[in-house]
Design a protein around this ligand. Structure first.
Ligand code: ZN
Length: 254
């Protein structure tokens, strides 16, 4: 049984119905991420099966349009749609969205909302380790912080692990031959802090690399990670299930 802690169903499939048909039975839970006002609003039209949990937040790309009105909208959606977590939120200096200041303002404001509503956060951080780390140090929401699609090396991981309540989620790129730094980082993650995800439709794992990713391919990442860690696959599945239950399921409010 597998859990996919991060995917974008609306980017993977042409329709929500098609997405539902393509989620295999051996995926017990999946977190579907919405990253813009339009995607969040479309959630109001959907009835989700129990295994699909939704998280949402404003992606760094939206930093230039973030204002008080958007903040009030987001608060309203958090109160009415009860997301499992706030995210993905964070910093992306690789894509130069807006300015670092605007990205930081959006990130910090959403960390404060996560704190206000007691929601875990799903962090996107690309080419922005120093600022991500210092913002989490200064504005930690006091709830679990999941580093989604972990993309740094072991040195950065050691620093992140000095922060409270940090969890690390690896995506399909950990299977790529060039990703030795990710595999080195994986070895340092305490087992009760580990998650795996597809980040579908992006980053398809080997042997599906190059194809559009989908939740079904999570099994390849599990398989790969169990080999890297020299764990039985069943042991890895059980550990992630335990972590997921502890962090997310125990706090579900409907
Ligand atoms: Zn994502």
């Amino acid at each position: 049984m597998y859990i996919d802690t991060h995917c974008h169903l609306s980017h993977c499939f042409p329709s929500f119905e098609e997405a539902l048909q393509n989620i295999p039975k051996d995926i017990t839970y999946l977190i579907d991420i919405s990253i813009s006002p339009n995607e969040i609003l479309s959630l109001t039209q959907k009835i989700l099966p129990e295994k699909i949990l939704s998280a949402f937040g404003f992606y760094p790309e939206l930093c230039e349009q973030w204002n008080e009105e958007q903040k009030q909208n987001l608060k309203h959606w958090i109160k009415t749609l009860h997301p499992l977590a706030i995210g993905e939120i964070g910093l992306d200096y690789h894509h130069h969205y807006g300015t670092p200041f605007l990205q930081q303002r959006l990130f910090i404001d959403q960390l404060e909302l996560a704190s206000l509503y007691h929601k875990p956060v799903l962090i996107h951080s690309r080419d922005a380790f120093d600022d991500t780390f210092s913002i989490l140090q200064n504005f930690h929401p006091g709830t679990p912080v999941i580093l989604h699609c972990y993309g740094y090396g072991p040195a950065e991981l050691e620093k992140f692990l000095t922060l409270p309540d940090i969890y690390v989620s690896f995506a399909g790129n950990i299977t790529y031959p060039s990703a030795q730094l990710l595999r080195d980082a994986l070895h340092l993650v305490p087992r009760e802090r580990l998650f795996l995800e597809t980040d579908a439709p992006y980053l398809s794992p080997v042997p599906m690399r190059g194809k559009r990713n989908q939740p079904d391919y999570i099994r390849y990442t599990y398989d790969h990670v169990s080999k890297i860690l020299s764990w039985e696959l069943s042991e890895l599945c059980q550990q992630i299930q335990n972590n997921f239950s502890r962090i997310f399921l125990s706090k579900l409010t409907k």
